[in-house]
Ligand binder design. Structure first.
Ligand SMILES: *Cc1c(COP(=O)(O)O)cnc(C)c1O
Length: 356
């Protein structure tokens, strides 16, 4: 039988997410998920949800959710786009804005989904390596390009930059769209949302997955000028109009309206992060100065891949990337205090018994 048809099949390298597991005993600190439950106000919405409503398509414009986001960030509804997690929002943004014959640019230690979208959508890209301190150098971004995307704070480095940095990037790139991916900003970073009125070519993306404990619902958003948002809406409505489902619209809105709970869980994560950082430093680790819900750490005298593997045998899942420059680093999501105590105890055990 002829297999001619196989030569027209797409050959693509997908993004590989952190491992998931249903085992309740596992200390799962490998996917930057929030250890605390979603807002009780959002849970209330779920309990009272009229399932008969599921017969109907959701509101295609996600009005209730967009209005709640607009109010929270003090912008107009026309400045808000929502989608199925910020991965969906970023994918729409890439298709909407990166159509130049020049390559788009982003740092080379960064979120590993960017090259995947470039490959899927046929977008050329160029990387600027971060410095030895893992910081992004804004001066690299002076060169002409087809677009810019930078996570702030960056992943997996956990390092954040201030508005002076973002404004430098914007001033060097007045002829392309600049996307700032703020997946982690709520854990101590500085948001660029206030800059959207000054820079029409700035798009800021955010997610409910991390700081709002709703990774399972898939809610992401973008904030930018009406000129940018209108194009994203047109692209979205060209392949799937009903992205955010009815339940997510209602639960997402209730979640963003519960600021008190949100602030308290973010503060808890930050406090635990500072404590774990200190404890790891006592064990001889070098820990980057995190503005996120994870820490990026290395040790001069121990192999981090072995630590990752040892912890796995002890049912503690962290993340390890086998990549040049970070092959002796581990990324550890901040869990509850109890989870982090188990992590610290097992890590101490590893250090004591490791005779590398
Ligand atoms: C987690 C993450 C996202 C996407 O998260 P969603 O769950 O799709 O909203 C986007 N960018 C970065 C840098 C992330 O770490």
């Amino acid at each position: 039988m002829s297999r001619e048809w196989t030569k027209n099949l797409r050959n693509i390298e997908p993004y590989v997410p952190g491992e998931q597991s249903k085992d309740r005993d596992i200390v799962k600190i490998n996917a930057n998920e929030n250890p605390y439950p979603p807002s009780p106000k959002a849970v209330e919405v779920l309990k009272n949800f009229d399932t008969n409503n599921l017969r109907f398509y959701p509101n295609a414009n996600s009005t209730r959710l967009k209005e709640a986001i607009a109010k929270y960030y003090k912008v107009d509804v026309s400045n808000v786009f929502v989608g199925n997690g910020s991965d969906d929002v970023l994918a729409v943004a890439f298709q909407s804005f990166f159509n130049s014959d020049k390559p788009i640019v982003y740092p080379d230690l960064t979120y590993s989904f960017y090259p995947v979208w470039c490959s899927l959508f046929g977008i050329e890209y160029k990387n600027y390596p971060v410095g030895d301190d893992f910081r992004i150098n804004p001066e690299d971004y002076k060169e002409q390009n087809g677009g810019v995307v930078i996570p702030n704070p960056n992943a997996p480095t956990s390092l954040g930059e201030g508005l002076d940095f973002v404004e430098k990037i914007l001033n060097y790139n007045q002829d392309s769209v600049v996307i700032i991916d703020e997946a982690y900003v709520d854990f101590g970073g500085t948001s660029s949302i206030p800059l959207i009125n000054k820079y029409e070519n700035l798009l800021v993306t955010g997610t409910f997955s991390k700081s709002r404990s709703l990774a399972g619902l898939r809610i992401g958003f973008a904030i930018g000028s009406k000129a940018l948002i209108d194009v994203m809406e047109a692209v979205k409505n060209s392949y799937n109009s009903y992205t955010v489902d009815s339940l997510s619209i209602e639960m997402g809105a209730a979640s963003i309206e519960d600021d008190e709970y949100f602030k308290s869980t973010c503060q808890k994560v930050i406090k635990t992060r500072e404590r774990v950082t200190l404890e790891l430093k006592k064990l001889g680790f070098d820990v980057l100065d995190s503005q996120t819900n994870f820490i990026f750490a290395t040790h001069n005298e121990h192999n981090m891949k072995s630590l990752f593997e040892y912890l796995k045998t002890q049912k503690v899942f962290i993340r390890y990337f086998s990549l040049p420059r970070i092959e002796n680093y581990v990324r550890i999501t901040i869990g509850t205090n109890e989870e982090m105590d188990i992590f610290l105890e097992k890590t101490k055990e590893f250090i004591l018994n490791d005779n590398r």
